[in-house]
Design a protein around this ligand. Structure first.
Ligand code: SF4
Length: 291
């Protein structure tokens, strides 16, 4: 394989296949509640970029149990599980609150690590230091949604956070030994091929440990959907998208984990591109081209 996949990385680190199980906690996002911005990033749906997340009214432990019961048969007895705090901004809360959440996760008998999805402007030093304490006894991964390193595009998508803040957060997290992954979206309105490659280079040069690629998909009910209906941009075709991924992989250094070559939105509200909904065809294509 041309790159270090999540599967290979997890097998090396945990000695087995690992499954992510979504956990939702009581947080929102500063880009939605008015403190940084309102309305959120233009592609983000009401679910806060975590459409497959579980029921926040359940306890953390019950959410993990429920998520595991859904995949246990496929996963088999030898698999391991990583709790995934994906929806919204999971450090947009008090240090004590997240501390309690991490405590519940790390004491769950089946959870072997945790991924915290967040924004770089929601990582004050006290939060980083608490996360670092956990990380010494229980693996913690932090994911940051860069999406693009182009600040003009960042303004267009209403990210409400300058690019340099990402680089700064990575430095602070990594100096505490915390593993950091960055997300990049290909196909954002107005972006050229070289903008997309610049975003990948930014991730590499900033010292992120891992990267996730996603094709921009349009969800109904978002600002992006209105722009799509107004024909303000076009979505990428499957070949076109994977041609970009192919070039991006050339930039990724050995040892950097490529967690995902593309993502898929919830079919119920997906407007375009529809090829992203055909998971089986996409996986077959990926295996043929990059496997
Ligand atoms: S920062 Fe994340 S949760 Fe907040 S609006 Fe943007 S994509 Fe959605």
């Amino acid at each position: 394989m041309r790159y270090l996949s999540a599967n290979d990385y997890y097998r090396k680190k945990f000695g087995k296949k690992m499954y992510r199980v979504a956990v939702s906690i009581d947080v929102t996002c500063p880009n939605r509640d008015g403190s940084k911005g309102s309305g959120g990033c233009i592609f983000c749906s009401a679910g806060g970029s975590g459409e497959f997340a579980s029921d926040v009214s359940l306890s953390v432990s019950d959410q993990i149990d429920a998520a595991i019961s859904k995949v246990r048969r496929k996963a088999g007895a030898d698999a391991g599980y990583i709790a995934y705090l994906q929806s919204f901004t999971n450090t947009y809360c008090s240090v004590e609150y997240l501390d309690g959440v991490l405590d519940s996760i790390s004491s769950h008998p089946a959870a072997e690590a945790v991924i915290i999805g967040t924004r770089p402007d929601c990582l004050p030093d006290e939060m980083v230091s608490m996360i670092s304490d956990y990380n010494r006894r229980f693996p913690v991964y932090v994911e940051l949604g860069l999406q693009t390193s182009n600040d003009d595009t960042a303004r267009l998508i209403n990210r409400c956070c300058d690019t340099y803040v990402f680089g700064d957060a990575v430095k602070r997290l990594r100096s505490e030994g915390i593993n950091v992954t960055g997300h990049v979206i290909f196909g954002l309105p107005g972006e050229s091929f070289s903008d997309m490659m610049d975003s990948v280079r930014y991730i590499v040069d900033s010292g992120f440990d891992g990267i996730k690629f996603t094709c921009l998909y349009v969800l109904k009910g978002t600002k992006l959907y209105d722009m799509f209906l107004n024909k303000e941009f076009e979505v990428l075709g499957m070949e076109e998208y994977f041609d970009i991924v192919d070039k991006a992989l050339d930039i990724i250094p050995e040892g950097m984990v490529v967690y995902r070559l593309t993502g898929d939105g919830p079919k119920s509200i997906l407007a375009a591109p529809m090829w992203t909904a055909n998971k089986r065809a996409v996986i077959n294509y990926i295996n043929r081209r990059f496997g």
